[in-house]
Write a protein that binds this ligand. Sequence first.
Ligand code: FMN
Length: 193
Amino acid sequence: MAQILAVYGSPRRKGNTATLLKHAVRGAVDAGAEVDEVVLRDLKISPCLEIYACKKEGRCAIKDDFHAVVDQILSAKGLMLASPIFFYTVSSHTKMLMDRCQSLWVKKYWIDKVPFGQWTPKRKGLFISVGATKGKKLFDGALLTVKYFFDVLDMTLFRSLLYRGLDFEGDVLKHPEYLEEAYQAGYDLAKTL
Ligand SMILES: Cc1cc2nc3c(=O)[nH]c(=O)nc-3n(C[C@H](O)[C@H](O)[C@H](O)COP(=O)(O)O)c2cc1C
């Protein structure tokens, strides 16, 4: 059975990205996957302190909830990550998780000396994001951040669902077609794993 981890990156428990991710989770479960869910705002995860204690063994030295999450990510075949756009990138909750994965970057590129860009994909990731405005470049920053985050995880971007013009909690409910797309993306991801 495919193992998928769903990561809720918004501070809003019932916000737009959380609602979309819930639908994706439902789709993945209906496709037969086993899905674990992590709500970042419920966890204690420090920002990266840039002490590079991870240079020894590739493991972050800060003792907090990061370790449980990263272990879940690494043992899963699929990741479904949902984050709102905050100042043209991912939310701070999401970014703190990403920055702490610098320890994995250190392991991969400094300790194991994997040549840049030469890794075998081990996982697939779905990225879900929402922003209030409608500009063409709204998701450019977040997509670049996610691209390099997924690189560290030996993960290819399976699909991204990006929705503009949604601001207040519940706005996404006015778009049942977005919810259907999210369900389908979760279903399809589970089927490809
Ligand atoms: C701190 C903060 C920064 C934001 N920055 C942007 C932004 O740069 N561009 C944008 O279009 N919307 C921005 N927004 C609006 C959110 O992306 C929008 O409300 C989104 O629907 C929130 O998703 P959520 O309900 O899943 O948290 C920002 C909101 C907050 C609270």
